[in-house]
Design a protein around this ligand. Structure first.
Ligand code: FE2
Length: 342
């Protein structure tokens, strides 16, 4: 079976063509995208929608061409119906419905967060992991139990990627700030004491952000450019250290409670080398195995949407076009995982 899918929950407009082979393997035939970027960071929802409406046709064309497939070779169309920013989701749904109608194909709306998990499992080779889902808007520690991916712990305020982007913006970095901060993490020389907040199994990041930003404002004044550069690196090291240590602590507790023996990192922050190193140490100490989603599919992309739709279709899910809608607040633990046997 071959699925053509569209990703459209936030800043990325993507199209991909993916095959589920007879052996049940995931084969990505093409995975194209155009990402809305700004110099100063941040996202304006209506500008996002305009971006998606402007670029979708050329991205679709590229995805079809690179897959070597024409419309008659496509069995299913899918799109990410939530969670996400409503203007972006609406733009995506309108395109998906138009393509389904014009080409007389079945359409499925799937959960973006669960798609991150399933593509990670398929390509990294993990079977039943505790999932560290770390992206811009979402930060959750997840595991499958009886029919659903359950959320064991999550951020009570901002996503860890948003923490990095907002903090990066205060240091003059554009969007996304994660890669530059991750580089600075390894160049930091001094640890600066910053807030560290874990509440039970949940995480809090806004106090950490505010404290670090105030620290920068207060201590960068009157310094040479070189001194400011080192202070940025020290702050990046300290902030990433605390944020990732919070994630690692909750992940370790989830491993202990569930008795699972795998950890899988999904979502854009999964590209961080600092996070990988920290989780690696914890997993080694517990005798667990760490899986990282391959870089090519770790950030938002349409191949993950296509793969989840293929799993769902194979398990018997179908939707009527008139019933399909967006769901901007669709939680990971509200999407029934019918393709997983208990
Ligand atoms: Fe995402």
């Amino acid at each position: 079976m071959i699925c053509l899918a569209l990703e459209c929950t936030a800043h990325t407009l993507g199209f991909a063509v993916v095959e589920r082979t007879a052996a049940g393997e995931c084969k990505i035939l093409s995975n194209e995208k155009d990402t809305f970027k700004t110099e100063s960071g941040g996202m304006v929802p209506l500008e996002l929608r305009a971006h998606h409406e402007r670029v979708w046709e050329s991205v679709l064309q590229k995805a079809l061409e690179n897959s070597g497939k024409a419309w008659d070779g496509i069995d299913l169309i899918a799109f990410s119906s939530g969670p996400g920013m409503a203007p972006a989701l609406i733009a995506g749904m309108q395109v998906a419905k138009k393509l389904a109608l014009e080409n007389k194909k079945p359409l499925l709306g799937v959960n973006h967060c669960v798609a991150h998990i399933e593509i990670g499992k398929a390509l990294a080779g993990s079977k039943d992991p505790v999932v560290v889902y770390a992206s811009g808007a979402n930060t959750q520690i997840i595991g499958f139990e009886t029919g659903y991916y359950r959320v064991f712990g999550e951020t009570l305020d901002i996503g860890i990627g948003n923490l990095l982007d907002s903090f990066g913006r205060s240091l003059g970095l554009g969007f996304p700030a994660g890669p530059a901060l991750d580089k600075w993490y390894f160049e930091g020389r001094q640890f600066i004491e910053l807030p560290y907040t874990v509440k039970g199994m949940d995480l809090v990041f806004s106090g950490l952000e505010t404290f670090a930003e105030k620290y920068w404002e207060k201590n960068s004044f009157g310094k040479t450019l070189e001194e400011q550069g080192q202070l940025k690196k020290d702050l990046a090291f300290s902030l990433l250290h605390n944020a990732f240590a919070e994630l690692t602590e909750v992940t370790e507790r989830a491993l202990a409670h569930t008795e699972k023996s795998e950890v899988l990192v999904v979502g854009g922050v999964g590209a961080s080398r600092a996070l990988k190193e920290m989780l690696e140490k914890m997993c080694k100490a517990r005798g667990a195995q760490l899986f990282i989603t391959p870089l090519s599919v770790v950030v938002d992309n349409a191949a993950m949407i296509a793969w989840l739709a293929l799993l769902e279709q194979n398990a018997g899910r179908a939707q009527k076009l008139s019933e399909i809608d967006i769901n901007p607040k669709w939680r990971t633990d509200q999407a029934e995982a019918i393709w997983i046997k208990n």
